[in-house]
Design a binder for this molecule. Structure first.
Ligand SMILES: Cc1cc2nc3c(=O)[nH]c(=O)nc-3n(C[C@H](O)[C@H](O)[C@H](O)COP(=O)(O)O)c2cc1C
Length: 220
């Protein structure tokens, strides 16, 4: 699965099969988090995996009672270390850079899990104090997200996404997009890929037709 395909087909899953996730997959997912960009390469995050029933139950409760989470056999809780970024970049480091770095790590993990045939959901609704207590976190750390991981037991419809034309401006806010606007979609990687696949198929079919004609009528 190429990266764009993984990005396009990833879904948030809220119902999981009663099936264990191989440990090496969990490690690969955390490795993917590790390779995310971070301001000054500080890597000011920690990933806490949680597999035990009691703890998953307690965390699901702390996530404002999202009980469906318990069906996922593994959670990864992403913890930020804002104090490390503050040392170098002040308030901007502690807030913006730290949150963005963790978000990049989270998305890396979601996409890697998806590429391994696993399903995930990014959980941001939680009582931070409660998770902080459940995981014995030091005072200065902050909880960024809980990621549920498991095998999907549902196939949700893809949620509606705006067309690209609705989120792109040219050069400035409200800046006109090169006309015609409706062609913007044709420049996307996805469509480039579709055109490429179409050409490949046409070439293959052409070859088959030629072979068929040759076989049927032969060369005189
Ligand atoms: C910052 C953030 C917080 C989220 N928190 C929750 C959450 O608490 N519970 C939940 O079920 N989904 C949560 N989601 C998942 C979104 O609901 C989901 O990404 C969105 O509906 C689009 O669906 P998709 O992920 O399948 O594209 C969160 C996503 C993000 C990025």
């Amino acid at each position: 699965m190429d990266v764009f395909e993984a990005i396009r087909t990833r879904r948030s899953i809220r119902k999981y099969k009663d099936k264990a996730v191989p440990w090496d997959n969990v490690v690969t997912i955390m490795q993917a988090g590790k390779y995310a960009p971070s301001a000054g390469n500080l890597q000011n995050w920690k990933f806490i995996y949680v597999k035990t029933d009691d703890k998953r139950k307690a965390i699901a409760k702390a996530c404002l009672g999202q009980e469906w989470m318990e069906t996922a056999p593994v959670f990864i809780v992403v913890i930020a270390e804002p104090e490390k970024a503050e040392r170098y970049y002040g308030t901007r480091g502690a807030r913006l850079y730290t949150t963005q770095g963790c978000a990049a790590a989270i998305q890396n993990m979601l996409l890697t899990a998806h590429s391994l045939g696993l399903a995930t959901c990014w959980i941001g609704a939680f009582d931070e104090d409660e998770i902080w207590r459940i995981l014995n976190l030091p005072e200065e750390k902050s909880v960024q997200a809980v990621i549920t991981i498991g095998y999907a037991d549902e196939t949700p419809e893809p949620p509606p996404k705006y067309r690209i034309e609705h989120m792109v401006f040219g050069e400035k806010w409200w800046g006109r997009v090169e006309s015609p606007k409706s062609h913007l979609g044709w420049w996307s990687l996805y469509n480039q890929k579709m055109v490429y696949e179409g050409k490949k198929l046409a070439k293959k079919t052409g070859k088959k037709i030629k072979e068929h004609i040759k076989k049927k009528f032969g060369k005189k």
